[in-house]
Design a protein around this ligand. Structure first.
Ligand code: CP
Length: 315
């Protein structure tokens, strides 16, 4: 593996999950691997879990870690080729990225979408510019369209807690007060489609995700019907993809509560965090044993560690 930007970069998903579970059982077994190697983490947007779990993962492999909060501490970056930089941007990615590449052995970048232009966000122009101009192995810390480290952690959590039968997994849209990117939902669908599960996606009209990522998942607009017999419910808001970046619906009946779980198969409930309590998901669920959110967050460490281990071994 030379880069980790989506499930498509992973030659064997099940092997990567097994690797992560082995690291969870023995996190310090490969401390020699990262000796004298540096991971550079660049955040163009806020983070708690991704920042800390990736740093812990790298340290458990013996790596040095440098974090740049580029949104606050860095120079304002320009990404447009040929730009006349007489405005707010101070440094071009063509100049900044090779510097990062010369300091670091692996580069991780978080770059959210602008949610203004679908074409521009779908092109992943920021991520592609970092990959091209740093020239180093790259790990996505969430891009405009995907969040593969989160999805790998979710796949690990599903693998650890799945029942004996082929589970039904429901990805349900939830209300939110702000326009939210599609990355977590896209990525969850893309990864879960590679596991032996039945995936159903439920959302109000106007919230269809890009079919490039949902693939063969069944779409059901009736949330209650979708939830019938579910073993896992993944709760997430996303803004409209067809009316790009817009909020079309804030119907609070879509917020997941205990009542929604009555017809499920005692479903476990997942969310990537951060979660807007009592807007997306009720306190009663988050505070109950049904919630898997802390297990998911913990597995972020081993997801990142498995990915970094493969990048170190292969480069
Ligand atoms: N789930 C997740 O990526 O959390 P952060 O935004 O806090 O990194």
């Amino acid at each position: 593996m030379k880069q980790f930007t989506s499930v498509l970069d992973v030659p064997d998903v099940q092997a990567l999950i097994r690797e992560a579970l082995a690291l969870k059982a023995n996190p310090f077994a490969h401390q020699h691997l990262g000796k004298n190697r540096t991971l550079g983490l660049v955040f163009l947007n806020p983070s708690l879990r991704t920042r800390m779990s990736t740093q812990i993962a790298a340290q458990q492999l013996g790596m040095n870690v440098i974090t740049l909060n580029a949104d606050k501490d860095g120079w304002a970056l320009e990404f447009q080729d040929g730009a006349v930089m007489n405005g707010n941007t101070v440094e071009h990615i063509r100049d900044a990225a090779p510097v990062l590449g010369s300091y670091c052995d692996i580069i991780g970048v978080r770059c959210f979408p602008g949610l203004q232009s679908r074409e521009m966000d779908d092109s992943e122009h920021i991520m592609r510019a970092f990959i091209r101009h740093t020239g180093k192995p790259y790990v996505s810390l969430e891009s405009a369209t995907l969040h593969p480290l989160q999805s790998l952690a979710d796949a690990i959590t599903l693998t650890e807690t799945r029942p004996k039968h082929r589970p039904k997994v429901v990805l349900t849209w939830a209300p939110h007060i702000k326009p939210i990117p599609h990355a977590v939902a896209n990525s969850f669908a893309e990864w879960v489609n590679r596991l032996d599960v039945e995936l159903v996606v439920t959302h109000p009209e106007g919230y269809a995700l890009n079919p490039k990522f949902t693939g063969t998942a069944r779409v059901e607009h009736n949330q209650q019907k979708a939830l019938e017999g579910a073993d896992f419910v993944y709760v997430k808001n996303w803004s409209s993809y067809s009316e790009y970046g817009k909020i079309l619906n804030q119907d609070s009946t879509w917020m997941l509560t205990q009542r929604h779980l009555l017809e499920t198969n005692q479903a476990r409930v997942m969310h990537c965090l951060p979660v807007r309590r009592n807007v997306e998901l009720s306190d009663e669920i988050l505070n109950s044993p049904a919630s898997l959110v802390q297990e998911q967050a913990r597995n972020r460490v081993y997801a990142a560690q498995a990915v970094l281990k493969q990048l170190l071994e292969n480069n």
